[in-house]
Design a protein around this ligand. Structure first.
Ligand code: NAD
Length: 256
């Protein structure tokens, strides 16, 4: 019996087999959870479908988190499928490529708003839509963040501001939803080469520096993010909410 046995998890943010959301999906599956996946648009559908098959996951359909009707219809489909929901995984972020290099100062009003809407507000919208599906036993909501929320890092720029908003959102949602036994947490992952991460200028330097300076002397593996996701889904983490949990080989504790 796995520690996520019988849990019903909706995972948002699988783009391909490098996605952190895919690692969480695989680990949830390995530990007994049932999974439903969405895809951002038709272009990603053909990548997500074969992955879903590998773990017997349900494909719920298209979900662009900026479209309220798609958020609503996703939850309607989850309700029809399972009647309720135990876990929501939010692994979604966006910044224009031009804003992930050079000076933060140059970000436009439009790009700033869009990054924060997709990367932070979407968690609020999804949590609100998921709340009625989480029953008396409560549930677990998980999002993904990065150290750039609390430290200034070269090139991370507007995404750092969005992640700061996201981590704060986690605390306020935890406050609102705690009485319903719904826990809300973030994993702050060390850098991992994914589609989104490749957009950050200087990713190679970031990976090298993390591996050199982290107490564990290496970069984090994607499966380590996945297994922490399972822990946060499971009743083993029943006393944890509103937290940002670092899964970064200890990099964040270092002063130099
Ligand atoms: P990824 O490119 O595999 O995933 C990003 C996902 O965001 C994609 O599935 C994409 O479809 C989705 N997305 C973007 N805009 C969307 C929209 N409008 N509607 C719906 N979905 C949308 O990359 P990843 O690295 O797995 O990113 C997942 C999360 O992990 C992000 O929040 C990212 O910031 C975070 N994170 C990544 C790292 C890393 O080094 N890779 C480190 C810490 C945190």
């Amino acid at each position: 019996m796995g520690i996520a046995d019988g849990k019903r998890a909706l995972v948002i943010g699988v783009a391909n087999d490098h996605s952190l959301a895919w690692s969480i999906t695989q680990e949830l599956h390995r530990h007994g959870a049932q999974i439903a996946l969405t895809y951002q648009g038709e272009a990603l559908k053909k990548r997500v479908e074969p992955l879903a098959q590998q773990v017997g996951a349900h494909i719920i359909g298209e979900l662009d988190v900026t479209v309220d009707e798609q958020i609503e219809s996703t939850m309607v489909k989850v309700k029809a499928l399972w009647g309720g929901l135990d876990m929501l995984v939010h692994a979604v972020a966006f910044a224009e490529r031009e804003d992930l290099r050079d000076r933060f100062l140059n970000v436009s009003r439009k790009n700033f708003s869009r990054s924060l809407e997709i990367s932070a507000y979407s968690l609020v919208a999804l949590a609100r839509a998921a709340e009625p599906l989480m029953e008396a036993a409560g549930g677990s909501i998980l999002t993904l963040t990065y150290l750039g929320a609390v430290r200034a890092l070269p090139n991370y720029n507007v995404m750092g501001v969005a992640k700061a908003a996201l981590e704060c959102t986690v605390r306020y949602l935890a406050q609102d939803l705690g009485r319903r036994k719904i826990r809300v947490n973030a994993i702050s992952a060390g850098p991992i080469k994914t589609l989104a991460a490749r957009g950050i200028s200087g990713l190679g330097d970031m990976l090298r520096s993390h591996a050199e300076r982290a107490p564990l002397q290496r970069n984090v593996e994607v499966g380590e993010v996945g297994s922490t996701g399972v822990f946060l889904a499971s009743d083993a983490s029943s006393g944890i909410t509103g937290e940002t949990i670092y899964v970064d080989c200890g990099y964040n504790i270092m002063g130099f």
